[in-house]
Design a protein around this ligand. Structure first.
Ligand SMILES: COC(=O)[C@H](CCSC)/N=C/c1c(COP(=O)(O)O)cnc(C)c1O
Length: 571
């Protein structure tokens, strides 16, 4: 009608009638036209968006992301003038020169030092670290860890035959040499285990982030449950008894894991791992350091101490992988990954505070060792060097540190690093990361954050947050007593989040409260006897203040705050 070219295709119906209504930010305002928008329309739409985001930022309490943008705008807005792209390996300059790889390397070195890795990166030293900054959040880091572990444990070598064109890719299915199982009396049994030796199985707890379910699907990496269901000899042999659980059970609370601390049940993990290890399968375990809903820290140290003897017993500490006739490689048969999306950013500083009396920090629970420095003596062969137990760590940059968009770090060691499946000449660097084009702004954001916050400031920051989480828990308990409603207030010791009964939708939206429904009695077979609870949680981050908590508490005192029909009086 306005003489401009009409849209290539008209909408079959008005988008504003079907998309989820955001009263505070109507779709209408953001519809784009072939003619573009006038300056006034653009300005108004952007002003409204800015106002909405400002209001939400000031009230965001429900997710583990720091809202404090720490003045990045002042320092860094000038970088919006640049198209940066860190395509290719961070440690190779590559063909695309407008990149910030020098900054990315500085950030990676910083965390390598923090996580007790051998640094700087040296491609010729198997023990030195390798890593890269993620263009997504820890979903990418965890997915890369699963890919890394899957190919490492299944004996695959992505080799580029020097005589082939540089982008040649060849998967060679390695074989675990017969010597590995030579001690087995029964040859047929040894042969069966040898066949399993390149069929890895992954374990993670029921409190693990949903991105793992997605990642194992994408990668075709079998969980222990899927392996058990696909192998007839395993299907009815769950060592825990009864049907195989989908994930490793978490520790139980008074009734079930629903009201438990959110940590993995190490006894059950060990029993499940043992079952597959004794059948010859290599093992991947992912552990949470700051779990999604309860902020729980799996006891990484205790898990490693429990599993190493199992790995020793079933030839999973050192295995010979034969690529081609006579070409052998000694590899691990286990991979422990730490999903430190939230906690890998602050756990080192908690451990420093515990070890330094000047911080007068008496922890509710000591923070577990979790990084590349975690080494355990060999069980069967004490003369051998101790075993470094952790193979990879993922961390989000937008959670505890608080980047303005998803980003993070994946870190492993050169000895586990996949040879790049392709070496495209046109980027001038090996394609060792997950993404093609990679965010080059995130390294600058994290660099600026780390340049501004000394270790001392970071220690004080995490101690403040822990104290504030305790304050929040007390205040919620007081609300519960004052209004005479059981709000099921709970905080796992040492974590930054408090969970409680989900309030009404208006308050959930106002404070961006993340919520989750749990079944309190999952063993119950009669549907009418199943008891569910709707929980919300607040995460205390650097941007969380006592004032914000007090304002939330005030809202929770409102008569309509908890409209639940069945409100159990305090017993
Ligand atoms: C419900 O909360 C979440 O899904 C948040 C990310 C959203 S924050 C706005 N957690 C993501 C997360 C992830 C995925 O990280 P992202 O890809 O950065 O979202 C991996 N591991 C753990 C333990 C996580 O908690």
């Amino acid at each position: 009608a306005d003489g401009f070219p009409a849209p290539i295709s008209d909408p079959v119906f008005d988008p504003c009638t079907v998309y989820p209504p955001e009263e505070e930010l109507p779709d209408q305002k953001y519809q784009l036209l072939p003619s573009g928008l006038t300056k006034e329309q653009r300005r108004k739409a952007l002003d409204d968006l800015d106002e909405y985001l400002t209001r939400k930022r000031e009230h965001m309490l429900g997710y583990q992301v720091n809202q404090d943008m720490d003045g990045y705008k002042a320092d860094l807005s000038r970088f919006m003038e640049h198209h940066v792209n860190n395509v290719g390996d961070p440690f190779r300059s590559g063909g695309y020169k407008p990149n910030t790889k020098v900054v990315e390397r500085a950030v990676l070195d910083y965390y390598a030092a923090l996580w007790n890795a051998k640094w700087p990166h040296n491609p010729h030293d198997p023990e030195s670290y390798w890593g890269y900054m993620l263009s997504m959040g820890s979903t990418e880091g965890n997915m890369y860890a699963l890919w890394n572990a899957r190919d490492y444990l299944s004996g695959r070598a992505l080799i580029v035959n020097p005589t082939r064109p540089a982008d040649g890719m060849l998967y060679v299915q390695g074989q675990v040499t017969a010597e590995t199982f030579a001690a087995e009396e029964e040859k047929e049994e040894a042969e069966r285990k040898r066949r399993n030796a390149l069929r890895p199985v992954v374990f993670y707890s029921e409190d693990t982030h949903y991105s793992f379910t997605k990642a194992v699907r994408v990668l075709g990496f079998q969980t222990f449950h899927e392996m058990a269901m696909s192998e007839p000899r395993y299907t009815n042999a769950n060592p825990l008894g009864g049907p195989w659980p989908m994930e490793v059970p978490s520790l139980s609370g008074t009734e079930s894991s629903a009201d438990g601390p959110g940590e993995i049940d190490i006894d059950k993990l060990a029993t499940l791992v043992e079952f597959f290890a004794k059948n010859g399968h290599p093992i991947m375990v992912s552990l949470n350091l700051g779990s999604t809903f309860k902020g729980a820290h799996d006891n990484v140290g205790a898990v490693c101490e429990r599993l190493l003897p199992i790995f020793e017993q079933h030839h999973l500490v050192e295995r010979e992988i034969e690529y081609e006739k006579g070409k052998k490689d000694i590899r691990r048969g286990f991979w422990i990954h730490v999903d430190g999306a939230l906690g890998a950013a602050y756990a080192p500083f908690l451990r420093m505070a515990e070890d330094n009396p000047s911080y007068a920090h008496v922890p509710e629970v000591k923070m577990t060792e979790f990084d590349f420095g975690l080494r355990l003596p060999r069980v069967g062969v004490p003369e051998e060097p101790p075993v470094d137990m952790i193979s990879s760590i993922a961390m989000s940059g937008h959670k505890w540190p608080g980047a303005p968009w998803p980003c993070g770090i994946y870190m492993t060691k050169v000895k586990y690093q996949l040879k790049p499946p392709a070496s495209p000449q046109y980027i001038g660097a090996p394609d060792t990361t997950f993404a093609g084009s990679r965010n080059g702004f995130s390294p600058v954001i994290l660099w600026d954050y780390l340049a501004k916050h000394s270790y001392d400031q970071q220690i004080s920051g995490i101690l403040r947050a822990q104290r504030l989480a305790c304050y929040l828990e007390q205040q919620l308990k007081r609300v519960s007593n004052t209004i005479g409603v059981d709000l099921w207030v709970a905080r796992t010791p040492g974590t930054l989040t408090v969970r409680f009964r989900k309030p009404n939708p208006e308050l959930v939206a106002k404070w961006s409260l993340s919520s989750q429904q749990v079944v309190m009695n999952p063993q119950e077979k009669k549907p009418q006897k199943i008891r569910r609870r709707d929980y919300a949680h607040v995460f205390v981050m650097a941007s969380t203040t006592e004032e914000k908590i007090d304002a939330l508490i005030k809202d929770l005192h409102r008569a309509d705050a908890f409209p639940e029909p069945v409100i159990l009086p305090i017993t």
